[in-house]
Design a protein around this ligand. Sequence first.
Ligand SMILES: [Zn+2]
Length: 187
Amino acid sequence: MNIEISEVANLPTKYGTFKIQTFKEHHKEHLAIFTNELPDTPIVRVHSECLTGDVLSSLKCDCGQQLDMALEMIAKQGGMILYLRQEGRNIGLLNKVNAYALQDKGFDTVAANHQLGFPADARSYEIVHDILKHFKINKIKLLTNNPEKIKSLQAIEIVERLPIIVEKNEHNKNYLEVKKEQMGHLL
Ligand SMILES: [Zn+2]
């Protein structure tokens, strides 16, 4: 795979100062956000872009709160967030908003994706292997509730799975329910 890699720069945040580096694959620009000190077995969070959750504070999903929790935890304990540009479980923003419109009519998240001709989850984690290899990281503690993510990172030794649980609200209740019941998330 042909990946273009940026320089490393400082990124001060409200949680602490991180380093940031971009990994450009085709037209997608993924990010590694990491602490100055990386432990031998760092905590890694693989986060897929969710503009509505990450930026607009949407309560329809748990993405924004998970990102904040991950930044806070990793700032304290050392590690890395891989921010992957696969919006809407990789169906893109336009299709995600179409799926939201179906959800407004009563479809659940999985049924809405199927109605539009997409799988429930179209994400890929190939690039994670390349990025971790670049940092010479082969053992991690993975911050996730998603067993599919663990399965797709087989080339990496996952020493421990750390849960990342967001509180339910009236808007994300069904979304979290579907994640648990239909997608096997450990919630
Ligand atoms: Zn989201």
